[in-house]
Design a protein around this ligand. Structure first.
Ligand SMILES: Nc1nc2c(ncn2[C@@H]2O[C@H](COP(=O)(O)OP(=O)(O)O)[C@@H](O)[C@H]2O)c(=O)[nH]1
Ligand SMILES: [Mg+2]
Length: 476
């Protein structure tokens, strides 16, 4: 180095940093999904908040780039795709930072936000040149319900209808679906199609799906777009329903039914839905994702009972199909996906007492890995974690009938009163009948905590481990 005069040195430094910069500036398309109310909005708000407010009192010990003092700063930059809605970070953070904080309003559909994260690479050469690198992070929020539709691509209208019929005839759906089933079974499938009638029945079917999701906490909702229609609300493409009487239909007549007949129109709309809604989502969005986090609230189903929990398990299996890249998998036959890391996160972990965290992780791990084993694929890196995007409780101990009991404390969302409780035991394994008979997990919604200092990042559980798994290898 002594041989170089300072002019030359500057020049080399400039060239080197230019060249290295090009190599080092990286880009990650991170997708965040989960069924409605699983905590996507809270999670993304927290993730962005942790990064842009990173400071000496942030709690990101397990995120290497922060822990090693190489994190410089992150800022929001204009998003890449102008045709996708903007993720409303400002709105969400404003709700959470009010003197009486509340959860952000629910959103439907897809949205995007982009961050530029500056950091110092570990690489010694770069350190010498005092060069910084940038990681561009595009975060896309989209409903997990859309992933439940993937199997449709492999099904005929007849097959799908049969499958829905099976589902609707079982508890807990049965008692709510009976009236609808009877109505559909009274129809003459070959009568000429009446668009008004189709619309009314499709609305009824959609109401059922809403009831299943919101009142019974069920997870398997098909077609997924029916409960989150976005810009397709009222479009005829969402005005169909499964035909629930295929056993009594003449196969030939069905095959030959024209598109103007009732059954023909149902079939035509189903086919159109597959092409223009399901396939389009995979082509337009899914294929550009590099990394994926799937959020799941498994505490609400645990609170609701065996049937709701079993339904979550089935939904997770269906969702996993979208990451099954094995050669014979449906996804790989249709598309060429490129996601290389997949994180499954059990959200709202602040609802359980600290000594139950291990159980929650173990339970969730089983839930995910059992399905993964059944699908038999392992060509992407996968991990599970129990997290809270926005921690709404604090934990402590209380004396109860002479013994010490672990508790959580928070503001009850219903009446805004302070509440201390032991919510119950989380099983460490997929629960057997006995658990459901003897245990009850008490899931009470909490309001977000009020902040004492607005510069502090949002309180969380294990968001640093999330960041390390999803971004750590890109920020070395
Ligand atoms: N206690 C707690 N509740 C949460 C957390 N994240 C979400 N929630 C609750 O779950 C609801 C739905 O969350 P949201 O992020 O809107 O879900 P999304 O529909 O997946 O975007 C919120 O209104 C909160 O009541 C969390 O980290 N902790
Ligand atoms: Mg949301």
């Amino acid at each position: 180095m002594a041989l170089l005069n300072s002019e030359k040195f500057k020049k080399i430094k400039h060239q080197a940093s230019g060249a290295l910069n090009r190599v080092i500036d990286q880009h990650v398309n991170l997708a965040v999904t989960g069924l409605s109310r699983s905590g996507k909005t809270a999670f993304i708000t927290s993730l962005v908040n942790q990064l842009i407010n990173e400071s000496s009192d942030s709690k990101l010990n397990f995120f290497d780039v922060v822990h090693q003092g190489r994190f410089i700063a992150a800022k929001r930059v204009p998003q890449k795709h102008f045709y996708i809605a903007r993720f409303d970070y400002d709105g969400a953070i404003a709700s959470l930072e009010q003197t009486q904080p509340h959860w952000p309003e629910p959103t439907a559909g897809i949205s995007e936000i982009r961050l530029a994260i500056r950091y110092r690479p570990k690489n010694s050469l770069l350190k010498y040149f005092d060069e910084l690198a940038t990681l561009y992070l595009d975060i896309t929020d989209y409903p997990g319900e859309w992933l439940l539709d993937l199997p449709l691509l492999n099904q005929t209208f007849e097959e799908w209808s049969e499958q829905m019929y099976q589902l609707l005839q079982q508890a807990p759906r049965k008692e709510y679906a009976e009236k609808f089933i009877a109505k559909v079974q009274q129809l003459d499938p070959f009568q000429s199609a009446d668009e008004e009638l189709l619309k009314t029945l499709a609305e009824e079917y959609t109401q059922l799906l809403h009831y299943f999701r919101e009142k019974l906490s069920l997870s398997v909702i098909q077609p997924g777009r029916f409960i989150l229609p976005g810009e397709l609300a009222n479009a005829p493409i969402l005005q169909f329903f499964p035909y629930l009487n295929f056993t009594n239909i003449d196969v030939n007549a069905y095959q030959n039914a024209s598109d103007d007949s009732l059954i023909g129109m149902l079939r035509a709309r189903f086919v159109e839905y597959k092409e223009r809604v399901v396939r389009k989502f995979y082509k337009q969005h899914f294929l550009r994702f590099d990394r994926q986090i799937v959020l799941a609230d498994c505490l609400t189903p645990l609170n609701n009972g065996a049937e709701s929990f079993a339904d979550l398990q089935l939904a997770i299996k269906m969702i996993l199909e979208s990451y099954n890249y094995g050669k014979s998998s449906l996804l790989s036959r249709l598309f060429a996906p490129k996601i290389d890391k997949l994180l499954f996160a059990a959200t709202k972990a602040d609802h359980v007492t600290p000594e139950q965290h291990e159980n929650l992780s173990a339970l969730f791990n089983q839930l995910v890995y059992q399905s993964k084993k059944q699908l038999g694929f392992d060509n992407l890196t996968m991990k599970t974690l129990a997290i809270a995007g926005v921690k709404a409780t604090s934990s402590g101990k209380t004396q109860y009938q002479g013994s010490t009991l672990p508790v959580i404390k928070g503001i009850n969302l219903k009446d805004q009163q302070s509440l201390t409780l032991f919510p119950g035991l989380v099983p460490s394994q997929l629960p057997e009948q006995e658990y459901w008979q003897n245990n009850h997990f008490n899931f009470i919604e909490f309001a977000p905590q009020a902040k004492t200092n607005s510069c502090q990042p949002l309180p969380h559980i294990r968001m640093d481990q999330v960041l390390q798994f999803l971004l750590g290898d890109k920020m070395k």
